[in-house]
Design a binder for this molecule. Structure first.
Ligand SMILES: Nc1ncnc2c1ncn2[C@@H]1O[C@H](COP(=O)(O)OP(=O)(O)O)[C@@H](O)[C@H]1O
Ligand SMILES: [Mg+2]
Length: 396
């Protein structure tokens, strides 16, 4: 990472501290001050501690955990041992006590620049902000199962820094149940106060699951999604793409204007189906409608067959012929394991690490991270080596 573009955000309790810090930062080469409504990734947050110390430390931890900021410097006149210990434990890099000392702050900023230079060389470059929208061709095909377990498998990878999961099943969102979280806020908290939207506010709304995935639950009450419009969801998504490596959406069934519009803003749409006639017929109808509406179906949409059985009555190539599209991925049928995971409120990796369905999600995450090109190369070279009779297209 080059040090000619490091962004520093200041959150101080008064303009005097802000102005003082701005003056010192401006004297350092290669760093820039970020405005409060600037949604770009923040490299360093200089945060002045207020009165609600407990809550503020939780906030600091969540910002660091979600990698919304690379580093945090804490400044305060409170140099109580307990506060200093808590700062250290929550991952704060430097503590700048009041009254601020110019030489001390400059040295801390130079150390920050040096760390950024060193860490930059070891970071694996994943294009941040990949939006994977998982939608079902029918209720009950496994849309939530796919969205939740894909998000968790992505979050478990060392090379993926942060993953968010948005539940867009209005009223009947089940993501919190699948991940056994009891969210304090939901999407309506953001849409009702959209003017306040910035990375700090967003992080205070998201629920962190033990899997590391940050969840934005859907509104739980009939009247709480009245104000939801596609423009707001666009704004929220735009901010999230700057903050997270992957944003997985449980899109339910794409039946309204908002979900249709969201398909176009996504990088990848997983259309989840099963190998039954009604479902394939729905898939076909949906693909045709999207094509008519001008969606780049070939590039954008990937058909995922869930509950796949090798001896299924409908063969994969017959299904492909019926929907006139290649099948991107198959997920094995495993009712017992998936249901047990749902009932325990845990992802598959936590209850059945060795099950083939769990490995399948790990491979799917692999595919999403490594990208098409690499996989395609692998696929072709394995084809060349393999027995022609076995050249079926499962997970091609
Ligand atoms: N690969 C699978 N094999 C067997 N059963 C599955 C599979 N995926 C999901 N299910 C089951 O299907 C049911 C519906 O799953 P869910 O993810 O809630 O679907 P949706 O979100 O589409 O309504 C659940 O009982 C779940 O256990
Ligand atoms: Mg669902």
């Amino acid at each position: 990472m080059a040090t000619n573009g490091l962004w520093i955000r200041i959150e101080a309790n008064n303009s005097e501290t802000t102005n003082w810090l701005e003056r010192v930062i401006c004297s350092i080469k290669g760093v820039k001050i970020q405005g409060s409504d600037d949604t770009r990734h923040t490299n360093l947050l200089i945060y002045e501690l207020g009165n609600d110390v407990e809550k503020e430390f939780l906030h600091i931890e969540s910002l660091l955990h979600a990698k919304v900021v690379d580093e945090i410097f804490l400044t305060s006149s409170n140099t109580d041992r307990v506060v200093l210990m808590q700062a250290m434990r929550s991952g704060v890099k430097e503590f700048l006590s009041h009254p601020l000392d110019e030489a001390e702050v400059k040295e801390a900023l130079e150390r920050f620049k040096k760390r950024q230079d060193q860490s930059g060389s070891s970071i694996v470059s994943i294009k941040p902000g990949h939006v994977i929208n998982v939608v079902g061709t029918k209720g009950g095909v496994g849309t939530t199962t796919v969205a939740v377990n894909l998000a968790v498998s992505l979050a478990e990878r060392k090379d993926v820094k942060s993953v968010a999961l948005i539940d867009l099943n209005m009223l009947f969102g089940e993501v919190p149940l699948f991940l056994e979280i009891d969210p304090k806020h939901d999407l309506s908290a953001l849409t009702n106060q959209i003017a306040r939207l910035d990375s700090t506010f967003l992080m205070s709304i998201l629920s962190k699951s033990s899997t590391g995935v940050h969840v934005l639950p859907s509104p739980r009450h009939f009247n709480s999604n009245e104000s939801l419009d596609p423009k707001m969801v666009d704004r929220i998504l735009e901010l999230m793409t700057r903050m997270f490596d992957f944003i997985v959406i449980d899109g339910g069934q794409p039946l309204n204007q908002m979900s249709l519009k969201l398909l176009a803003t996504s990088d990848t749409v997983f259309l989840v189906s099963v190998l039954t006639l009604p479902c394939l017929s729905n898939t076909d109808k949906l693909l045709r409608s999207l094509l008519t509406l001008g969606y780049p179906v070939d590039k954008l949409i990937k058909v995922v067959i869930n509950r796949y059985l090798k001896n299924s009555e409908i063969a994969l190539n017959d299904a492909e012929a019926a929907i006139n599209k290649k099948i991107f991925w198959t997920i094995p049928n495993d009712y017992r394991t998936t249901l047990s995971a749902i009932n325990q409120g845990k992802p598959l990796t936590q209850i059945a690490q060795k099950a083939s369905i769990t490995k399948n999600f790990v491979e799917l995450a692999d595919r999403m991270v490594l990208g098409e090109a690499k996989e395609e190369k692998k696929w072709w070279s394995s084809l060349k080596k393999s027995d022609p009779a076995k050249r079926k297209h499962v997970n091609a």
